[in-house]
Design a protein around this ligand. Structure first.
Ligand code: SF4
Length: 95
């Protein structure tokens, strides 16, 4: 009987084509005023976001899985998100 791979194993098959341009922008002023940092860190499955020592939000956009969760829950005005340019971003493989 073949066992299904765990999430970590399945994510290891994901391929990224990294763009120089970020598809995610954090409005640091709004993020600070709304407490967005803790929300973004908590919801992102790829650990794209971090809280820097100065309290600002770090964003490692290249690791984004393009799930859209952060955009759905971010306080209004704290985040600008769009899909990466054509040919860039995450590439999922089936099987
Ligand atoms: S779209 Fe998903 S993976 Fe990408 S930064 Fe937002 S929550 Fe993380």
């Amino acid at each position: 009987m073949k066992l299904r791979a765990g999430v970590r194993d399945r994510l290891s098959t994901v391929r990224f084509v990294t763009d120089d341009e970020s598809h995610i922008e954090v409005n640091q002023e709004v993020a600070k005023a709304t407490g967005a940092a803790a929300i973004l860190v908590a919801v992102c499955p790829a650990k794209v976001y971090s809280i820097r020592p100065d309290g600002s939000v770090g964003c490692e956009f290249a690791a984004c899985l393009e799930c859209g969760t952060c955009l759905a829950v971010a306080p209004e005005g704290s985040l600008t998100w769009h899909y990466p340019r054509g040919g860039f971003g995450v590439e999922y493989r089936q099987g």
